[in-house]
Design a protein around this ligand. Structure first.
Ligand code: NYM
Ligand code: MG
Length: 207
């Protein structure tokens, strides 16, 4: 049986990732393909609830420690992801290890190399959409500025870090286009991957 594809959306805050994830899952399902949405952090688990409190500034945490929690939150969901992928379900994931690295490495005293280590060996995405947003535009979007990390200066550093994480699996989408236009481009690219030759077993990230 064919495995499902692992598709990830990445980008700075308010780039439109959640909207595009939802639309992509709906479109794939409408075409009769098994697809499910996931997101990181997954704030529903015990680890995820702690991350949620940290992001909502209800608690403080040492920076290395919270970085490891974000990674642990991905690892705890790997068995679930593997099960669905092996059953032939495509996963469309809102943020993944690239967010982990880009955000922590934007903090003082962190480098990309250290930040990548806890996520080394995770299932490697078959496709990563990077929603490229102009930071002045993101700032104007609803809710910007409420959670931790949502300042333009921080997001600028995050964007520079993303630039250094680009891999051959990445596709850039201009986030200033309309929701429909972005969706059409994403769906085209995603369908090629979902229907194409998927490498089995899956590759491992950053190995
Ligand atoms: N974030 C997300 C991290 O700092 N590290 C990670 O590993 C992940 C997955 O959490 N500002 C940050 C990026 C976001 C915030 O994400 C919450 P969202 O997509 O707004 O729920
Ligand atoms: Mg957010």
């Amino acid at each position: 049986m064919r495995r499902g594809a692992l598709i990830v959306f990445e980008g700075c805050d308010r780039a439109g990732k959640s909207t595009q994830c939802r639309k992509l899952v709906e479109a794939l399902q409408a075409k009769g393909k098994a697809a499910e949405a996931m997101r990181f952090p997954d704030r529903t688990t015990v680890i995820g609830k702690t991350i949620g409190s940290y992001l909502e500034k209800k608690m403080e945490m040492q920076d290395n420690a919270v970085h490891l929690l974000f990674s642990a939150n991905r690892w705890e969901l790997v068995p679930y992801m593997q099960k669905l992928l092996n059953q032939g379900t495509t996963l469309v994931v809102d943020r993944y290890a690239y967010s982990g690295v880009a955000f922590t490495a934007a903090k003082q005293g962190f480098d990309l190399h250290w930040c990548k280590q806890p996520d080394v060996g995770l299932p490697k995405p078959d496709l990563v959409f990077f929603l490229d947003i102009n930071l002045e535009e993101a700032e104007q979007r609803d809710d910007f500025g409420e959670e931790r990390y949502e300042s333009t200066l921080f997001q600028k550093k995050v964007k520079d870090n993303y630039d250094q994480l680009k891999e051959s699996t990445w596709e850039f989408l201009d986030a200033s286009q309309s929701i429909e236009d972005i969706h059409c481009s994403a769906l085209d690219i995603a369908e090629d991957i979902v229907d194409g030759e998927l490498c089995t077993p899956m590759e491992k990230l950053w190995i």
